[in-house]
Design a protein around this ligand. Structure first.
Ligand SMILES: Nc1nc2c(ncn2[C@@H]2O[C@H](COP(=O)(O)OP(=O)(O)OP(=O)(O)O)[C@@H](O)[C@H]2O)c(=O)[nH]1
Ligand SMILES: [Mg+2]
Length: 448
């Protein structure tokens, strides 16, 4: 996400960093370059222009300041304005004082409404809330099944009355929710292929009937400028309270995100970052800008680690590392946990100071982890705990079993032995990265 932006800002900043003085010429040059980056990223023309004006005005103001590093000062201005542009603060959901809180999902066909309903339900459930999903998309029979399957997966009830009038379904679902003391009701509605009058009236009627606390506009982050048009239509028809940008794990250029916020006047509340149920992140402008600026995103990294790693397990592993009893089996466990956190290059991108160029040099390959796992898988339990018994013929057998070459087996064993030596050395050190649940991750990606 936003990779392209990161690369281009990186080069703009490189030229700014060396500046001894801020002059009209370099303000003009920088502003022009940033404008081009924003337009290429699909930021709406008017939005980009207003943004540039704000940056320019503030930069002009700093010409007289005799700061030690004028270039850095300029970068800071761009940084702050970009955060403002994205909405400044993290937005939370409006939770009603009088349960149930009602959430209505609206958006074009295929934007990700059904998936997002389930993801949001899953997120709220993890926060201790009882949730009910409502199948109010009656035009596609498969839509009800889709929501039911997702509901089963995350163990959340799905209210469905088949393909009757969706307004009636929502009304009755709310009644049921009140009676059963459900905290949050999330209503999945039919997708609109384009902004179609009849369907719009229907969702307006659902809204009038259920008086939602949240009406969330779900939009595919990949759709660029078209998204702005549909956002406008939906915001005219409904009283939107927030936007959810989906598919931000893809090649989304991100610019539409900025423009939609301006056009609808409502904040982005969440972003979808995978097809999986845990692939919904709170939208945090500062974190996003940090990432674009190559400052990394340690908070997201740590949160991911917390949700995917089992704390008890991590403590045991940490102890093993310190006592130097860490085996290939443990190593395999760690690899699995790491893989659960998402694609490796996405994780690496969250580490401060790692920009895309550095990542390219590192040749991060998720397949490498799969291969490593396959190799360890092909070992016997004894070999995994005592790798020194792995002689030539065993190496051949493992190579055959895992479909990798003997050289690769050798390389892994060498790496592992190196890792063990490092752990031995560090066993007595009290490095903060070795404390707690992040120990394994840090070890693997070489943070220590
Ligand atoms: N990679 C990725 N895929 C997503 C994300 N959100 C949704 N999808 C995928 O997008 C496709 C469409 O999602 P749905 O949830 O069915 O979309 P919808 O808006 O309910 O579609 P209709 O009901 O037909 O209007 C599915 O294949 C989802 O798995 C996301 O954040 N990342
Ligand atoms: Mg749907």
């Amino acid at each position: 996400m936003f990779n392209q932006l990161t690369d281009r800002f990186d080069s703009i900043f490189r030229s700014l960093r060396g500046l001894g003085k801020i002059t009209d010429t370099n303000i003009h040059k920088t502003v022009r370059e940033i404008r081009r980056v924003l337009l290429d990223a699909d930021v709406n023309f008017h939005v980009a222009r207003d943004f540039m004006k704000r940056v320019q005005d503030r930069a002009e103001g700093t010409k007289v300041i005799k700061s030690v590093k004028p270039g850095e000062h300029f970068i800071k201005i761009i940084y702050q304005e970009l955060i403002n542009l994205l909405g400044k603060d993290v937005q939370t959901l409006n939770i009603s004082d009088l349960p149930p809180t009602v959430i209505l999902m609206a958006g074009l066909q295929g934007s990700g409404k059904t998936t997002t309903c389930a993801k949001l339900a899953y997120r709220l459930k993890k926060q201790g809330k009882s949730v009910m999903l409502v199948a109010a998309d009656v035009y596609r029979p498969a839509a009800i099944d889709q929501l039911t399957v997702l509901g089963n997966e995350i163990d959340i009830p799905v209210y469905s009355l088949g393909t009757i009038d969706p307004i009636k379904i929502c009304r009755e679902a709310l009644q049921e929710a009140r009676q059963t003391h459900v905290d949050v009701v999330i209503m999945d509605t039919a997708g609109r292929l384009h902004v179609d009058g009849e369907m719009m009236t229907e969702i307006q009627n659902i809204s009038d009937e259920t008086l939602p606390d949240e009406t969330l506009f779900v939009v595919d982050g990949m759709t660029g400028q078209d998204a702005v048009q549909s956002a406008l239509a939906f915001s005219k028809a409904l009283k939107l309270t927030g936007t959810i940008l989906t598919k931000m794990d893809g090649d989304a250029r991100g610019g539409a995100a900025v423009s939609i916020t301006e056009v609808t006047g409502v904040p982005i509340k969440f972003i979808g970052v995978s097809e999986k149920m845990d692939g919904l992140d709170a939208f945090d402008p500062k974190r996003i800008v940090d990432r674009i600026f190559g400052f990394g995103d340690v908070v997201t990294l740590v949160e991911k680690a917390e949700t995917t790693m089992d704390e008890k397990e991590a403590k045991i592993l940490q102890k093993k590392m310190q006592e130097n009893t860490f085996t290939l089996e443990d190593f395999q466990k760690q690899l699995r946990q790491l893989r659960n956190m998402g694609p490796l290059d996405q994780l690496m991108g969250m580490i401060p100071g790692m920009n895309r160029k550095m990542l390219k040099g590192l040749k991060i390959d998720d397949r490498q982890m799969v291969w490593t796992e396959a190799i360890i898988q092909s070992m016997t339990p004894a070999e995994r705990t005592e790798p020194h018994i792995i002689n030539g013929s065993r190496r051949h057998r493992i190579a055959k079993g895992s479909g990798r070459s003997v050289q690769e087996i050798n390389q892994l064993l060498k790496q592992f032995s190196h890792m063990q030596k490092m752990m031995k050395k560090m066993g007595k050190m009290k490095s903060p990265m070795l404390q707690g649940k992040h120990s394994g991750l840090g070890q693997f990606i070489g943070l220590h």
